[in-house]
Design a binder for this molecule. Structure first.
Ligand SMILES: [Zn+2]
Length: 232
């Protein structure tokens, strides 16, 4: 296992490379706003101004949870494009929204990690959308991005058709964290959408079992249970 510091340097270099490629891509294929189709950015200032803020959430096992906006409209479309349409460039404006969601907090975060996908799902999709978001946030905040801090140890059924209790049971024990990476550290877990918080709570259980001192969560959007796409 690589040390977080080394991993972090590699990830920063990877992010820098991505930024150079993104700039080149922007010149050839100018970004278009996911909300209003104006050219210039993936999520323009006018559409960002329409986002409906959400209050902080309480999730069992987490020391704090923030959600940037309600899961609707342009946010819903942007997250859908990131997750299912291979629009990885959406991670940049959505990462900026995560940064905004944390503007009023003073959490002693040492490590940022995504809610992990199961290896099979990761292979199918080719990337973890929450990982792209976590990477953007860590670069903005200067926190270490450690994608392997928590991993899925078993596959879980889709949460979409499950009730709150069933969701908790579905993801309980589905994650395992790396003690040599997280022990003694405060960890921030990033996801795209928060519904009941069952997935974040299960990640927090694993992180605490591995010795994390504090566990926080942040998501781009907050959904109600009837929303499709609101969980993997
Ligand atoms: Zn727009």
């Amino acid at each position: 296992m690589q040390s977080p510091g080394r991993l972090s340097l590699e990830n920063r270099l990877r992010l820098l490379t991505q930024q150079v490629l993104t700039t080149a891509l922007d010149l050839v294929f100018p970004p278009v706003c996911v909300g209003c189709e104006r050219v210039g950015s993936f999520l323009c200032a006018r559409c960002r101004a329409t986002l409906e803020s959400m209050p902080p959430r309480q999730v069992p096992g987490l020391d704090g949870v923030r959600v940037r906006a309600r899961f609707e409209g342009v946010i819903r479309k942007a997250l859908h494009d990131l997750k299912y349409e291979n629009q990885k460039r959406q991670a940049e404006p959505l990462g900026a929204l995560l940064d905004q969601a944390l503007q009023d907090v003073d959490w002693p975060v040492a490590i940022v990690c995504p809610v992990p996908l199961h290896a099979k799902r990761l292979q199918e999709r080719g990337y973890n959308q929450a990982g792209l978001l976590a990477q953007q946030l860590s670069a903005r905040r200067g926190w270490d991005y450690v994608p392997s801090a928590v991993e899925r140890c078993r596959e879980t059924a889709s949460q979409v058709d499950l009730g709150a209790q069933e969701r908790r049971a579905n993801v309980a024990g589905a994650f395992i964290a790396q003690p040599d990476v997280v022990s003694g550290k405060a960890v921030l877990v990033v996801d795209d959408v928060l519904t009941t918080g069952a997935t974040l709570a299960a990640c927090a259980d694993a992180l605490r079992a591995a010795g994390a001192t504090r566990v926080y969560g942040v998501t781009v959007a907050g959904a109600v249970m009837s929303d499709p796409l609101s969980d993997q």
